[in-house]
Design a protein around this ligand. Sequence first.
Ligand SMILES: Cc1cc2nc3c(=O)[nH]c(=O)nc-3n(C[C@H](O)[C@H](O)[C@H](O)COP(=O)(O)O)c2cc1C
Ligand code: SF4
Length: 446
Amino acid sequence: MPADVDTKIITRQFGNEEAKNIEVYESLGGYRQLRRALGMKPEDIKAEVKASNLRGRGGAGFPTGVKWGFVPADAEDVYLVCNADESEPGTCKDRELMYWDPHQLLEGMIISAYALGARNNYIYIRGEMMRETPVLEKAIADAYERRYLGEDVLGSGFACHITVHRGAGAYICGEETALLESLEGKRGWPRLKPPFPAVVGVFGKPTVVNNVETLCNIPYIVEHGSQWFADLGVGRSGGTRIVCMSGHLERPGVYELPMTLTMRQLIDDVCGGIWKGREVKCVIPGGSSMPPMSADELDVPCEFDALMTDERIKPVEVAPGVPFDMGGGKELRTMAGSGGIMVMDDHTDIPAVCARVVEFYHHESCGQCTPCREGTGWLAKISHRVAKGEGRPGDVDLMASIADGIAGNTICALGEAAAWPVLGFLTKFRAEFEAKIKAPKEGAAA
Ligand SMILES: Cc1cc2nc3c(=O)[nH]c(=O)nc-3n(C[C@H](O)[C@H](O)[C@H](O)COP(=O)(O)O)c2cc1C
Ligand code: SF4
């Protein structure tokens, strides 16, 4: 990897088994930023986070400081919930952050809780994270012992508690309102928004939900200031970005990188190119819910705004020449999502990938809304028959119209998560789907 792209900040302890010990973390400068933050006014910390251009790393890239600003100024009980569900296919960074450097997350959370006036706070962790949960629980116990947590954090008078809550492995519980329902002990069904969690969240109280990676960045904003953090990034996106590179690569892995790098640089320079000397065919840039990119669209920086707006990426279409309307005529290209980048070589069967992705969202739909419950089922059925060479004339248009009917018509964004990749695959690889239908497998139904 070229030296100038080595920007390890929140991943710098990856591989160091010792860093999870509180003494080692302290000796490396850990919890110093908490002490500094406790000497600052909560308002000033919030202003710094806003000016830093930190954007949420959970999927939507929403500006963190703006979200924090939605909490009503006169709110008495505020909660901070760390979303550690990490369920988006292709994403595997939060578990590494929690395993290698749990105190970094705790320090980020305690500073954030102080800024928000949040006394009782939770880490909602995916049930399958057997390796990470005990590491976090030990780190929390040690932090209580050293008075970084408790009724009187470091003698400041600020009370801060963190509880780890284990989920049970439902993808939908990563969606923030389903997560809050689950945290309350109910079935993980997403809530209608508004009201947004920052106003009515867990137990009916204002709640900020932030992703693990988002919160890990907070101590560095306190340490170096908002300008430093904003300068690390590009445009309206501050900081570095962790990408989880998987698929047909020579060197897949979890990398922390500047957002100036293009997708092609990530594949060729960081990951050593496509395996077996093959060519790239398709890239999913931010977890399986994001529209894919084709091989001729990869010279775009992997930054939140560029992936949404760069005209070198073809807009997603609902029919040839008819762009998908995000609302108000706004076109959808793709999104940086959760940083799960899946790379496919030129031997990949795209209709088969599409069917696999659809199957996942169908399986994980909570069933509350008809367009998602029924639509994902229909999509699964049709995409499987197309993939098997048993498609019928008109199936490609039918899939596009079902996907278009789901997006924008559901309670939560799982609807879009299911619809967008389908529309994206059909836009960029339509000929492959049509070829499968025109040349049915021998013996397949007409
Ligand atoms: C179906 C679905 C699943 C999601 N899964 C996750 C997840 O596993 N982890 C996560 O941080 N955010 C997930 N999100 C996004 C959260 O709803 C929320 O926007 C995020 O946790 C906010 O944190 P951030 O502002 O720091 O990005 C999901 C969203 C949807 C619609
Ligand atoms: S969109 Fe799907 S997952 Fe979301 S609430 Fe509706 S049925 Fe449930």
